[in-house]
Design a protein around this ligand. Structure first.
Ligand code: ZN
Length: 143
């Protein structure tokens, strides 16, 4: 009897000829009804693959598949969480950028306002000086 190699990752049994084994059922004899992995080419082959399928193996396979699925889900959840974190980070960054722009705008306005105020002050000052000069001149001329 040739031994099929059992690949635990995809739980596929391969025949010694390299083909993926198929599930067959014993038809005759005392083992009738037993499921086993056999060569897909049988009976037109010299391969004699016969790997009885143990119910425990099937359960293990299912558990393994379940575990793989859980792992995939966990990975997907991790990716999703990572993406959510990234989005949050980007939103935070965006908010701080918007805040920065607002701050800059406010600063620019304040600068503008203060320069206008300065300009107005200078204007007022020169106006005041001009008026004072006129007053002085008028007083001087009036004498
Ligand atoms: Zn074969």
């Amino acid at each position: 009897m040739s031994q099929g190699s059992v690949n635990s990752t995809n739980s596929k049994v391969r025949c010694s000829c390299g083909r993926i084994a198929v599930v067959r059922t014993v038809r005759n004899g005392s083992n009738a009804g037993t499921k086993f992995y056999g060569c897909p080419m049988w009976p037109n082959t010299s391969c004699q693959l016969f790997v009885p399928i143990d119910d425990n193996n099937v359960v293990e396979d299912l558990q393994l598949k379940l575990l793989e699925r859980d792992t995939t889900i966990a990975e997907l959840e991790m990716i999703q969480k990572f993406n959510e974190d990234k989005i949050k980070e980007l939103e935070k960054e965006k908010k701080s950028l918007v805040d920065e722009v607002e701050t800059l705008k406010t600063k620019m306005w304040q600068q503008k306002l203060s320069s206008i105020k300065q300009y107005t002050n200078q204007k007022n000052m020169s106006m005041a000086l001009f008026i004072a000069l006129i007053v002085v001149v008028v007083i001087f001329m009036g004498k």
